[in-house]
Design a protein around this ligand. Structure first.
Ligand SMILES: C[S@@+](CC[C@H](N)C(=O)[O-])C[C@H]1O[C@@H](n2cnc3c(N)ncnc32)[C@H](O)[C@@H]1O
Ligand code: SF4
Length: 478
């Protein structure tokens, strides 16, 4: 009986894979593969303004304190010991480990300022440390930071919370993985990018598959709930044969989740990317082939395409949350425990309080100066209108669940949905004619091709896109 059950399960999986397989129609993809925002916020951070600062923050914090609901906390730790040439993150490359302790002191001071306004003891359902490379910090510094956070907030139980940290495998030994689990982290994401030596040399990033395997094994033994690996396609010297080998190695490691990022080559914005030789980059057609091969291999290995860049095994919480309609999206990408409000601490960190976005100084000297003077290190922000909030929720719904049920959303938001979005509906009907979506009465569903190009569908609802000063600020969709 067990065998029959398994047989049926496998059949269902294969059927589902078939139903979800995009029509890899190159011409059609090329037509819709525009540049566009990644919608980790709406509107995107390019719209944040310096006028939105301390006064708005104080108002939003008072509203949040009165409400008192659960929070998410993001902590940015910018340091890396070595630069990767493709990097588009806010990071500071230094060999000086001495910068860690003063930075942690400033994070402690910033936390104290924030909590003084928000109230002590608020519940944290989600905690994420990103970078840079959080594990650049010494064990004692990591522990100090976690103690400060636990001192100000009440973290929900290990079962109920999403407590994640980004790690660079080259920086880490298995014992540190156990230490991170002891600190309270239950999700780990590890940057691999590519295992091929030629590609690694071209981007100055070296990870050894055996080392990654040892870290993954340690994470499993330590009881991490989920381990995710980051890969990038579109890197210099990548080709189908090389990337196929990387994927084979990655699939053999069996991470619960995978992020497959499209390499965003924006050398005018990220100077270090000028180290990359444009002639070594794969062409758009080769890049699409890399993505297509990866999609097919991952699907064949049982991974489900969650949405923009993300794949997960069916048993992973991300896949289950999507199945159950409770997936959400915030600045860290897809999430299952998003609180309505998000605090961001550290240089460049972004948060959202009472419907207002805030971003800290992206320049470390300014960040340091503000905190040293006892001021919140705010650089810019954005007060969202009721229309922004509505559009933001619609975009999030689309990015997470690939469908919009006009009637249900209308009831939820108190609008006559498709009447309110009549122009958007017409634009979506044109995209439906192109095979990106279908309409069934009030319900819009992205087709498998539309799922890949979901940003294209989301952009229809972006009322700020026209005045965006040129989309070259953004990366291409695929
Ligand atoms: C902050 S890093 C992860 C932690 C750690 N610093 C590391 O590199 O392993 C976040 C991820 O962003 C991705 N990334 C960085 N620059 C990128 C770019 N230009 N295009 C696409 N993905 C990028 C990489 O996959 C990287 O692992
Ligand atoms: S990819 Fe990660 S390790 Fe490399 S420079 Fe960027 S943040 Fe640092």
């Amino acid at each position: 009986m067990g065998r029959r059950m398994r047989g049926r399960g496998e059949l269902e999986l294969a059927d589902r894979r078939e139903a979800e397989r995009p029509t890899w129609d190159e011409a059609r993809i090329a037509r819709h593969d525009l540049t566009g925002p990644r919608y980790t916020s709406y509107p995107p951070a390019t719209h944040f303004r310096p006028e939105v600062g301390a006064a708005e923050w104080a108002r939003a914090a008072a509203a949040s304190a009165a409400r008192g609901g659960p929070l998410s906390l993001y902590v940015h730790i910018p340091f890396c010991s070595r630069v990767c040439y493709y990097c588009a993150c806010n990071r500071i490359v230094t060999a000086n480990r001495g910068v860690g302790a003063p930075y942690v002191s400033r994070l402690e001071r910033e936390l104290a300022l924030v909590v003084a306004a928000l109230g002590e003891g608020r519940t944290l359902t989600q905690l994420h440390w990103g970078g840079g490379t959080p594990t650049f910090l010494a064990a004692a510094e990591l522990a100090r930071l976690m103690t400060a956070i636990r001192g100000h907030f009440s973290l929900v139980s290990d079962d109920a919370g999403e407590f994640g940290i980004e790690v660079h495998p080259g920086d880490l030994v298995p014992e540190q993985v156990f230490f991170l689990r002891e600190l309270g982290f239950n999700r780990l994401s590890m940057g691999v990018q590519d295992f091929d030596p030629e590609v690694q040399a071209a981007v100055n990033r070296h990870n050894d598959p055996e080392q990654v395997a040892a870290l993954l094994a340690a994470a499993r033994r330590a009881g991490f709930h989920s381990v995710s690996l980051d890969l990038i396609y579109g890197l210099p010297r990548q080709n189908r044969a090389r990337f196929a080998r990387t994927l084979e190695e990655v699939i053999a490691l069996g991470p619960d989740r995978l992020s497959l990022f499209n390499y965003a080559h924006l050398p005018h914005r990220f100077k270090v990317q000028r180290q990359i030789r444009a002639a070594e980059l794969p062409s758009p057609a080769e890049k699409l082939a890399l993505f297509r091969d990866a999609w097919e291999r991952l699907a064949a290995a049982g991974y489900r395409y969650i949405g923009m860049d993300h794949f997960a095994l069916p048993g992973d919480e991300l896949a289950r949350a999507q199945e159950e309609g409770r997936l959400a999206r915030n600045f860290q990408g897809y999430t299952v425990r998003r609180a309505d409000e998000l605090l961001g601490i550290g240089v460049s960190a972004i948060g959202e309080l009472a419907g207002v976005y805030f971003q800290n100084h992206r320049d470390i000297a300014r960040y340091n100066a503000a905190v040293d003077e006892g001021r919140l290190p705010l650089e810019r922000g954005y007060v969202r209108s009721a229309e922004d909030l509505l559009r933001g929720r619609v975009i999030e719904e689309l990015m997470c669940h690939f469908r919009l049920d006009g009637r249900a959303l209308g009831e939820r938001f108190g609008v006559d949905f498709w009447r309110h979005f009549a122009a958007e509906r017409r634009a979506l009907e044109a995209l439906a004619a192109e095979g990106l979506a279908t309409f069934e009465g009030e319900v819009l569903r992205a087709t498998p091709l539309g799922r890949l190009l979901v940003r294209r569908l989301a952009m229809v609802f972006d009322a700020h896109l026209a005045g965006d000063g040129g989309r070259e600020r953004y990366s291409r969709i695929l």
